[in-house]
Each structure stands twice: as structure tokens, then as C-alpha cells.
Design a protein around this ligand. Structure first.
Ligand code: PGA
Length: 260
């Protein structure tokens, strides 16, 4: 499939790190280091509380703003939740849904991830749907079956038109925050399988335009090799997104000759 149709994305998932003061410091450093044309889409997803400040700092920059989760309703009695429309109003263009930490600690299921994704897309946001197997799944040789199930549930409310607002992130749970990355070939193999699954559901054309990111201990040292895989179109970065120099190193790897 023709890769040139897909603009790579480097997205930072800050998780529950950096309040407004630290957010300002990191974004100022990032904007100072980043080239005017980074050669890929760059996205940062800070905690909700930082969003208004981040939106202000990022005006006119090549960095887009995203959030780490959203609810499926746009208003109502859902204490502690944030609606897709609120994220849009705050300046977000994207939102992560179904992250494995949401699945592991907060009861997220394929069904709820699917509802969040559909609501985000409906609101005009780009939804980054995370899928990925646990270590036990992998040891049982179940990684593709698990990803297929998460994909089917997550995309249940997305039609072919909606798919253009979806980015997939393959994040093997055993590689997140552990320093243990999937080998580039291994990550590439699963991302290729995910694209094939998307093609079965939406057709070759739509699947050829779908961006699939790898996430799980991606850093400035291993990014080049991972990004060189033909079905890996970028990264969802946790730890290494919390330091401007490391995050910029990953963005630079995206532009290196022979990578894409
Ligand atoms: P990590 O996190 O880069 O710290 O492994 C990735 C993620 O969870 O999105």
C-alpha cells in the first residue's frame, strides 16, 4: 500500500504528569527546539487542567493539542467526565481513547472505548484508538486475536467516512513504560495485520489512508528503526514526551532519509 498518502504523526501522551507550571516550561522548550516545519504532524496530549494554557501557548505553532480521554455524551450528570464538545472548545483537535491504562485501572472496555471514539469523531475530533495485548496474551500467541477484538469493538460506531478521523495506536501493554520495546519487525508485523483488518472492514482504499502508530517505550534511540517499518506511521510516546530534547529527537527521526 502506498505509504506516501499517510502523513506521519508523533504524539505525546503526558498521562498524569505536569501541572500548568511544568506544562508551560515544557511547551516553551519544545517550541524553541522544534523546527518550523517538523516534517510530520506533532501532537501533545497534556492533562485536562493544562489544556487552556497549552492551547494559548501553541497558537500559530506546528504543534496540535489533544486530550487523553473523553466521555460519549456532550453534557449531563457524569461527574468527573469531560465531553468531546468541551475539548473542541478548549482547542483540542484530537483525543486518545481506550488507552490500556484506562482499560486496566478504570474499567474501560471495548464497548466504552467504541462509544467514546464515535462521540469524538462525531464532534469533529480525531480519535486515537489504542489497542494492544498483555504479556499473557502474547505468551499465549493471542496478540492478533486480542487486537482484532479491540479493533472491532473500538470501531463499532465508525463508518467509512468516520475512519478518516481515526488514528490507530498499537501499544503492547508489556512495552508501556517498561523500557521493553517490541522489536521493529514485531511491531511492524502487528501494525500490518491491523491494516489488513481495517481493509476487511472498510476496503483497501480507506485502509491505505489509515495512520497506525506504535507506542510502548518508543524513544529517540529506537524511533528510527520502528518508524522505518512500512506500516508504522508514527508514535504515541509516553515517558520520552516529557523531555523536549527526547521528543524532538523522535520527531527528527521521522524526517531522516530512508525512514519513510
Ligand atoms: P511509554 O508510554 O512511551 O512511556 O511506554 C506510551 C503510552 O502509554 O502511550
Amino acid at each position: 500500500m502506498d505509504r506516501s498518502r499517510r502523513t506521519p504523526v508523533i504524539a505525546g501522551n503526558w498521562k498524569m504528569n505536569l501541572g500548568p507550571a511544568a506544562c508551560r516550561a515544557l511547551l516553551e522548550e519544545l517550541l524553541a527546539e522544534l523546527p518550523a516545519d517538523p516534517g510530520c504532524e506533532v501532537l501533545v496530549c497534556p492533562p485536562y487542567l493544562d489544556l487552556p494554557l497549552a492551547a494559548e501557548l501553541l497558537v500559530g505553532s506546528p504543534v496540535a493539542l489533544g486530550a487523553q480521554n473523553c466521555h460519549w455524551e456532550n453534557a449531563g450528570a457524569y461527574t468527573g467526565e469531560i465531553a468531546p464538545a468541551m475539548l473542541r472548545e478548549a482547542g483540542c483537535r484530537a483525543v486518545i481513547v481506550g488507552h490500556s491504562e484506562r482499560r486496566q485501572y478504570f474499567g474501560e472496555t471495548d464497548e466504552t472505548a467504541g462509544r467514546r471514539l464515535a462521540a469524538a469523531v462525531e464532534e469533529g475530533l480525531t480519535g486515537i484508538l489504542c489497542v494492544g495485548e498483555s504479556l499473557a496474551d502474547r505468551e499465549a500467541g493471542e496478540e492478533l486475536a486480542v487486537c482484532a477484538r479491540q479493533l472491532a469493538g473500538g470501531l463499532s460506531g465508525i463508518d467509512a467516512a468516520g475512519l478518516s478521523r481515526v488514528i490507530l495506536a498499537y501499544e503492547p501493554v508489556w512495552a508501556i513504560g517498561t523500557g521493553r520495546t517490541a522489536t521493529a519487525e514485531e511491531a511492524g508485523r502487528v501494525c500490518r495485520a491491523l491494516r489488513r483488518m481495517a481493509a476487511e472492514r472498510y476496503g483497501e482504499e480507506a485502509a491505505a489512508g489509515l495512520r497506525i502508530l506504535y507506542g510502548g517505550s518508543m524513544n529517540e534511540k529506537n524511533a528510527r528503526e520502528l518508524l522505518a517499518q512500512p506500516d508504522i506511521d508514527g508514535g504515541l510516546i509516553g515517558g520520552a514526551a516529557l523531555a523536549a530534547g527526547r521528543f524532538c529527537g523522535i520527531i527528527a527521526a521521522c524526517g531522516e532519509e530512508g525512514v519513510l
